[in-house]
Ligand binder design. Sequence first.
Ligand code: SF4
Length: 235
Amino acid sequence: MTFHPDEATIEEFRKRIIAWYEESGDKRLPWRKVKDGWAVLVASLFLRKTTVAQVAKMYERFLKRFPSPQSLLSAEEGEVAEIIRPLGIHQRTRQLRELAKVLVEHFEGKVPCSREELKKLPGIGDYIAAEVLLRVCNQPEPLLDRNMIRVIERVFGVKSAKKRPHTDPELWSFARELVPKDPEEAEKFNFGVLDFARKVCKARNPRCNECFVADLCQHFQGIEMRGRIVDQART
Ligand code: SF4
């Protein structure tokens, strides 16, 4: 995939997504209010392969009891397991303890602000590293999960040639160009795209007729074009 985006379209897309997020985004989710590295990292890990509702049931309780990697390491494994039980994934206790151990032993209990160091931490891949860089280290990174990929592909008409698009460096680089440089705007933009993907540009049955970026969207233009061709054929 090689793609050269039109700057005016990108700017308009950013502006509308941020305005929509401010109006309709899920700003109350507890993990969106935190800025501490450990709190962000833990939320990212919890949200992997679980639902927002499951994490909402235990996130604040977890952080209150284990506000740092040190506090987690000094607790009994059974107590950690009991608090994260609503996630339904038992290996998480062990993963969390491994992560806390590396942070305490190699980073004085702090979450590093380097992509290379983040990706050496157990269980941390491109997405979680990007989330820490964006939210904790004020770097304009995209939260490129399958939802953001879907929106990008549809709106900008790009398609990764990789079987696993979230590992495609070209797609990451394109998504990076979309993110505003200002840290606060970058965060709102990312959360906005994720909420937009969940509520409007859904995987099945996207709500194109109510969509506020339909006039910018390549996918929608294709749908409209096909509609017109069918209409013409009928007349
Ligand atoms: S027009 Fe449809 S496909 Fe395009 S961004 Fe909006 S909801 Fe998604």
